[in-house]
Ligand binder design. Structure first.
Ligand code: SF4
Ligand code: SF4
Length: 91
């Protein structure tokens, strides 16, 4: 198993604003967070991201399983989808 932080592909997709479509599904917009470097896709305030008022949260395995707002291409979502069912709480 990879180190948790190493799972992130640094795609930056989670740092774009979300909206909700008419079916109640989250859609990633083209509008980036003001702190995202859109070329490198790196957060300019990474070490204080939880304090800058953008609603950033630290992802955990439990959170990823419930986070329907994470973009489809998120590496954490892919990793979670490949977990054995017992780990996902599905019996
Ligand atoms: S502040 Fe949060 S949402 Fe904004 S770029 Fe950094 S990690 Fe992404
Ligand atoms: S969408 Fe997922 S893989 Fe991409 S930067 Fe965000 S947390 Fe990392």
């Amino acid at each position: 198993m990879k180190n948790w932080d190493d799972i992130c592909s640094r795609c930056g997709l989670c740092c774009f604003e979300k909206s909700m479509d008419r079916h109640g599904r989250f859609v990633t917009t083209r509008t980036p967070c003001r702190h995202l470097d859109i070329i490198s896709r790196e957060c300019r305030v990474y070490h204080k991201r939880l304090d800058v008022g953008e609603g950033c949260i630290k992802l955990t395995p439990d959170l990823v399983r419930q986070a329907d707002w994470l973009p489809d291409g998120c590496a954490y979502r892919a990793a979670s989808d490949h977990e054995p069912n017992e780990k996902r709480g599905i019996i």
